[in-house]
Design a protein around this ligand. Structure first.
Ligand SMILES: Cc1ncc(C[n+]2csc(CCOP(=O)(O)OP(=O)(O)O)c2C)c(N)n1
Ligand SMILES: [Mg+2]
Length: 810
């Protein structure tokens, strides 16, 4: 592999540059742009000839990215999208070999550090988490947060990355965190396509950054299309910077600096980025750089051709305004290079890119070829000694003959061979079994690892500290217990911040943070606008940059607004970077029964099923919540804590170690012992179950009540399954809709915990109705499980088991 010719582009300082130096920089830039273009052309061909699955490339966007790279420094951040390969090459955050390794889905993080072959091509990331869970020195590296495919989905994260610089600059207590910032000088660079600015996430982010005044630099790559849909159908006045003009700061107001520049005008682009980023970095003013007149020489992606929807005139215009062509013309007319020199550069570049592509292809291909040969040989060996000789020989020869085989083919062939020889006992079969066992471990690491960071700093490794009560422990409102817990943690760890709607001045609507803003300052306990998506994005960006954010969503019902950033971005971060990045964000919210259709939410099934990659904590009271916060704030993985809305004014004893004791994740607790039925419930419903248990005792029925405390992870020690060995009957009760979180819990107990073998009755669930509860107490009674419902559900199961002793009530 030849040395990469791609490296961080030199900066201009025109005052000090000789013409020769200037020429050299421009020619180097052109080379990077040209190599990038070749990568796009070859990449597309690789897909169209079946050597890779899908391709989307940055052709037509090269020159602006060369200019942007000049303004990008160590410590800075990128949150962008799939068009940015030239920028990634120019900054040195990626290179051609890695580009192709990702195209071929190479699962080795040494080859594709961005995703270990997990992401589609042109989805970039740098690795900033070491194998032991520690952070790299982000102040010294150039940093790229991991891309996602959803259009505009990265915008909320961009806000958080920029907001971290503001905190690092303004909160002097953070100066000890030197590996994350140098005085908050870091700019967060965002890129987005013109079409994607139609997304709500873009507008919400844009407004929030204007309010917060953070060093965020958004570049819009405007090629007038979003796949086939033209600007006319995307953007008012077909011009995003035109309609955002009201955000321009003026006469000391907050707001933006807004720039518009052509995507093929190299010098104008370099000057614009230099000016824009200086303002952004020095003054913490967000900037918008609207880059217009960009093109798409190969169309949107390998999924279709743009000749179908672009007019002939447009296609001709695009050819004439190809940014590299324009740059080439300008270089010749300005005597920076001759045509012959550029011809030679281009020939070399083509050769070089081809070499990189071939090496990347061979690096994976050779390994697979060897594995394929080994597998075929093992299957052949088995074939000689078994009845299914012919079929096995066919499998082996098909493997050898296959042109684009992958691991699915080797493993698939072995599995088939094992099925065909299920009655054989020869040692060659055992050899094959051993091979499969070893490969299964490797493939688990390749394709099924790192949903969580899984480092020594995981919250699952936080030491358990028992709760301590003094003899004269005070009885306080639940909210005061939480308040004391947060107070102790804010005092202990200066990197903790909390923010959300009404969190600052009044200390949240239920006063868990009451008084803490005046004690710790408004940089640590902060009010935000009503903007759930970017509250979470703000938290994500902070968490990626070494801070410990608690992002508050006022009511659980409003979490829905933030689902894109939660499930697309944060939940998948560790997995999609194969542990290269993490965002240990804690989300604080409150839910379950209270009042009315939008203040009684308990969509636990929605959360647990769409947010794998988060821990899901459902404490029954505020003391348990405090213990969970104490655990999470000492761990490094994302989590959501759902407090019980109706529990803030219930009295609880104040622990002596309220900021220290920990409630471990995944530890189910038996709240009441009993022999008859195992009842599993959580959150607010537990109080209903406990009340019902008193009446059931009087009826001669002894239920065992189990609180899993966290739905993810769920009951690590099989407490529920063990209880079933005693009761043989399972009832799961919650406030979600039928078949939601209750079905998840049943699956965990019956399947994962092997509870099935202990059951002598059908497992049952008691849930809320399929609609949300109407306003008023009667609405609640007829929609959510009541004490009556619980008693009758339990009794019905007893009646089924022993009708003589428990005759039917109705
Ligand atoms: C949320 C979401 N909706 C739709 C898509 C499908 N999609 C992928 S790219 C794209 C067009 C984006 O156009 P634009 O933002 O202008 O960027 P360009 O590709 O033109 O650079 C669409 C609709 C998606 N990936 N995510
Ligand atoms: Mg576009």
């Amino acid at each position: 592999m030849p040395e990469s010719t791609l490296r961080a582009t030199s900066k201009f300082n025109t005052a000090e540059l000789s013409f020769d130096d200037f020429k050299k920089i421009v020619i180097d830039d052109y080379r990077i742009g040209y190599e990038s273009r070749q990568a796009s052309l070859i990449g597309r061909r690789e897909v169209l000839t079946g050597k890779a699955k899908f391709g989307i490339f940055g052709d037509g966007k090269e020159v602006a990215q060369l200019a942007m790279a000049k303004a990008f420094r160590a410590g800075d951040w990128r949150a962008g999208y799939y068009r940015d390969q030239t920028f990634m090459f120019a900054t040195g955050m990626s290179n051609l070999k890695e580009f192709f390794a990702q195209l071929y889905a190479n699962p080795d993080i040494e080859k594709d550090p961005a995703s270990g072959g997990r992401q589609m091509n042109c989805h970039y990331a740098t690795r900033f988490v070491n194998a032991d869970g520690s952070w790299v020195n982000q102040a010294e590296t150039m940093n790229c947060s991991s891309d996602i495919s959803t259009t505009g989905g990265h915008m909320p994260r961009l806000l958080g990355l920029a907001y971290a610089s503001k905190l690092y600059r303004q909160n002097k207590e953070l100066e000890y965190l030197k590996q994350f910032s140098v005085g908050g000088n870091e700019v967060a660079f965002g890129t987005i396509g013109n079409g994607s600015t139609s997304e709500g996430l873009f507008f919400e982010t844009f407004n929030a950054a204007g309010v917060l005044q953070v060093p965020m630099a958004i570049s819009v790559w405007d090629d007038a299309y979003a796949i086939s849909v033209p600007a006319k159908l995307q953007t008012t006045k077909e011009d995003i910077s035109e309609i955002l003009k009201g955000f321009q700061r003026e006469n000391g107001s907050n707001g933006y600096e807004i720039f518009k520049v052509r995507g093929w005008d190299y010098i104008a682009l370099c000057e614009t980025y230099e000016r824009a980023i200086t303002i952004c970095r020095e003054q913490h003013v967000p900037v918008l750089i609207h880059v217009v007149e960009m093109t798409q020489p190969q169309g949107h992606s390998t999924s279709g051709s743009h000749e179908r929807y672009k007019s002939k005139d447009r296609l001709t215009w695009e050819e004439e305004h190809d940014c590299l062509l324009k740059m080439r013309e300008w270089m010749i007319s300005s005597a920076i290079a001759t045509e012959a020199e550029l011809d030679e550069l281009e020939t070399e570049a083509k050769k070089y890119v081809r070499e990189c592509q071939r090496e990347a292809a061979a690096e994976l291909g050779d390994i697979i070829k060897n594995e394929l040969e080994e597998t075929a040989r093992l299957i052949d060996n088995l074939a000689y000694n078994v009845a299914a000789q012919e079929e096995l020989a066919e499998i082996a020869s098909a493997l050898r003959a296959s042109y684009d085989a992958g691991r699915k083919d080797t493993v698939g062939s072995v599995r088939k061979a094992l099925r065909l020889t299920v009655h054989e006992t020869v040692t060659e079969r055992q050899v094959l079994l051993d091979w499969l066992k070893a490969e299964t471990i490797k493939n688990k690491e390749r394709y099924d690892s790192k949903l969580f960071s899984e480092t020594p700093q995981s919250p699952l490794n936080v030491p358990v500290v028992s709760v301590i009560y003094s003899e004269d422990a005070r009885l306080l409102d639940g909210r005061e217990i939480l308040n004391a817990c947060f107070d102790a943690n804010f005092d202990r760890d200066k990197s903790i911040v909390a923010f959300g709607e009404d969190v600052g001045a009044i200390g949240d609507v239920n006063q868990g943070f009451a008084g803490l803003q005046s004690k710790y300052g408004d940089l640590r306990i902060t009010d935000t606008g009503i903007r759930e998506t970017t509250i979470i994005g703000q938290g994500m960006g902070l968490a990626m940059r070494g801070l410990r954010p608690i992002a508050e969503i006022q009511y659980l019902d409003y979490l829905i607004y933030a689902m894109t950033v939660l499930c697309d971005d944060i939940a998948s971060l560790s997995y999609r970077t194969k542990g290269g990045q993490k965002a240990p964000l804690i989300i604080r919210t409150r839910g379950h029964r209270l009042e009315g259709i939008w203040h009684s939410g308990s969509p636990m099934g929605l959360i647990v099923n769409s947010m794998r990659g988060f821990h899901l904590c459902v404490p029954r009271n505020m003391t348990q919540a405090a213990g969970l916060y104490n655990t999470l704030l000492r761990g490094d993985e994302p989590a959501i804590v759902i407090e019980s809305l109706n529990g803030y004014r219930l009295k609880e004893k104040l622990p002596e170690n309220v900021g220290e004791f920990t409630v471990p994740l995944g530890k189910a607790e038996i709240l009441k012992e009993g022999d008859d039925i195992t009842v599993v419930s959580y959150g607010s419903t537990l109080r209903i179950v406990q009340e019902a248990a008193v009446e059931l005792e009087k009826m001669g029925i002894h239920i065992e009540i189990i609180d899993p405390q966290t739905l993810y992870p769920f009951d690590i020690d099989n407490v529920c399954g063990t209880s079933l060995k005693k009761t043989s009957k399972l009832l799961v009760i919650d406030e979600d809709v039928p078949g939601a979180a209750s079905a998840y819990i049943v699956q965990k107990i019956v399947e994962t915990e092997n509870g099935y073998y202990s059951l002598d009755a059908q497992p049952r669930t008691l849930t809320a109705k399929e609609h949300r509860p109407p306003y008023g107490s009667d609405g609640d009674y007829f929609s959510k499980p009541s004490v009556d419902d619980v008693i009758e559900a339990v009794y019905a199961m007893m009646n089924e088991a022993n009708p003589a002793k428990f005759p039917a009530i109705f």
